[in-house]
Design a protein around this ligand. Sequence first.
Ligand SMILES: [Zn+2]
Ligand SMILES: [Zn+2]
Length: 389
Amino acid sequence: MAAQKRNKDWIQDYFFLIVPKPLSDELLSSWLTRMSIEHRRKLSTFLSLFVKREGNRISSIDIDFLYNEKLFNKLALKSNLTVKEILDLSLRSEEGYLFACNDCLYPPKQIRKLKDKRTHNGLMFCPKCLAEDNIPYFRKQWRYLFYNACPKHKILLTDRCWCCYNEIKFSKINHMNKLSYCSYCENDLSTTTIIHLQSNYKYGLKAIKWFEKGLHKGYFIINHKKVASLFVFESFTQLTFLLDRKENLVLDKFPMITEYKNLCKKLEHYNSKKINSIKKDFILTSMVYFLFQNFPNNFIQFAQDNKLTHRDFTHGFKETSYWYKKILNEIIPIQNRTGREISEREVIEAIKYLQNLNIQVTQEAVANIVGCHYTIHKRFVKIYKKLEF
Ligand SMILES: [Zn+2]
Ligand SMILES: [Zn+2]
């Protein structure tokens, strides 16, 4: 036992023997698995030997979201890469652009969990990208919530090996195999079933490209103004929640509205296939994109058609960016539907105010000043009618 322990300690001081070059947008787990295969080891054994004794523990957690400076430093040292090059492989490098988190342990909403019983089976990927790669590898963007399809190959990402229906598990890959082979049945994942997107889904691919470009640059251009990408991605979560109104959603100009409603109907019935969930996330992403196009018209129309108030857009969300609040204040009036008591004096003063400015006194104009809805707020309507005659 003692001899074995000494032996391990000795290897822990050793540099990696073969260091594959990190590929553009590659996930840390993908690069580490490629390196462990080069060393003819399983990921956990490789990590235990070279990096940390508890390699088993590291390889079973979400290593791509893990923030561990010691580990990054060690990987950099042993691979003769810079810490920045290592950090670039981690999803943490998107912090401040895609998501914000204060020492959070688990991925925030903008990052897809490795597995979610309701929505996807495991790490998602594009089989065609794997097939085209000289060296097959897994991309960071395949973990982003807005990235449900591959814009290059116009297919949905897939969440499993369609040969044995199992998830992708790097930690289980046999050391004699390739990264792109299923760890359960050893089938080549680049040849697995492909889910093509018909031409009516084109708009969704445009949306993914828009989000991808914004993230890459760190900002979006909305209504001729630069907006930090983080703000847009934070509002993304809030907006998808409001948009997912199923059959009640009114969004007539959205190009995939029929597809969305049909899909919601399908999802009502129990369906073990998660493809429909992935497709739904794909459509919801394009809806958020739609709201930011022709800004602020589509946004305002959405609020009006679905009778959403200012409060609906902010209620229940802990972290709302200043930018999101600002655009809401600008485009969705803070209206009081029925809640606040409105006095006769308030209404009289509003009328006087308009008269002083020589503005025509109408029910709507007065309500705007009082700060309530001009037809829905019953008390206001009553006072106004009484004063009018
Ligand atoms: Zn692809
Ligand atoms: Zn398989």
